[in-house]
Write a protein that binds this ligand. Structure first.
Ligand code: SAM
Length: 285
């Protein structure tokens, strides 16, 4: 009998994308995220600004300028999330509010309407997410060579998956693995879910989620988070792998260091296998 492949492979087999081109030929068709329509720059910015201004003008004509302002900002934020590159993203995001301010179009707005501008920001970056790690995406080639060291795990967690760039890099390495992304920001979690149909993305706290079901946990957080991540891996996933972009676990010898990308190395740690309590704690130090 032919076992049915897991759902993420069935779905993606109908929708090949550029991501699959890097797969080795002996592997089944790799799952991939939804392919992105690549508009040449600056078309994405012009389209985003036009949309924002249309929403603002239409709502203002109906005497709802604050609603129009909020919709225009939300549209700008959504459009910015789909653009590659920090500066381009900023241009798309700031184009509408900056031009509205410069043209005096906001004079009809009450001062508190500017607070509305903070709402998308708070939605995108709730305080806890900002404190644990601000948003920096995993570069596309950052995890290259990981599979050669770990083999292909059955289940992989990306702890703090942002917009899903790390999930895309994991998918390049692990075409068949079940990928799970956890993200505290509701907006980023929603966008990651839309972008990475080949993974399960949930909104949640990486520290509250049990890691025991995963053979490998990948994270790109902050230096301060690493001792906590190591302690959690030691307690919950004996024999598993912890892969961290850029940041080391202080005092713990990594199993390997990979070149990573953009000057950010990838550190790979092997969690000691099951040992009785105090021995496990000692081995993890
Ligand atoms: C440096 S970004 C990396 C994003 C993604 N991993 C990537 O490499 O493309 C860190 C992400 O972790 C998220 N984050 C921080 N603390 C978190 C927590 N306690 N639970 C879930 N997500 C968290 C942040 O919101 C942010 O999106």
């Amino acid at each position: 009998m032919n076992p049915r492949p897991p759902p993420h492979i069935r779905r993606s087999a109908r929708r090949p994308s550029a991501d699959t081109a890097v797969m080795s030929p002996d592997l089944p068709l790799a799952p991939a995220g939804r392919s992105r329509t690549a508009w040449p720059w600056p078309l994405p910015a012009l389209a985003a600004w036009l949309l924002a201004w249309t929403l603002f003008a239409a709502a203002a004509a109906l005497a709802w300028p604050v609603l129009g302002f909020a919709l225009a900002l939300a549209a700008s934020a959504l459009a910015a999330a789909r653009v590659q590159g920090r500066w381009r993203r900023l241009l798309v995001l700031a184009g509408f509010p900056a031009s509205a301010l410069a043209l005096g179009a906001t004079s009809a707005l009450p001062a508190w309407a500017w607070l509305v501008a903070l709402l998308p920001l708070l939605l995108a970056y709730p305080v806890r997410a900002w404190r644990d790690a601000p948003f920096f995406p995993t570069p596309a080639a950052a995890l290259q060579g990981l599979r050669a060291l770990t083999g292909e795990p059955a289940r992989v967690l990306e702890a703090g998956c942002g917009l899903g760039h790390g999930l895309a890099a994991l998918r390049q390495e692990f075409p068949r693995a079940e990928l799970v992304g956890l993200e505290w920001s509701p907006l980023l979690a929603l966008l990651a879910r839309l972008r990475r149909r080949d993974a399960t993305v949930r909104r949640g706290d990486i520290w509250a989620e049990p890691w025991g079901a995963y053979e490998l946990v990948y994270l790109f957080q902050r230096p301060e988070s690493m001792p906590r991540a190591w302690a959690k891996a030691c307690a919950e996933m004996p024999g598993g792998w912890l892969a961290s972009l850029e940041f080391v676990v202080p005092g713990v010898t990594p199993r390997a260091q990979l070149p990573g990308a953009d000057g950010r190395p990838l550190w790979l740690y092997r969690v000691p296998g099951s040992l009785p309590g105090s021995m496990a704690a000692a081995a993890c130090r």
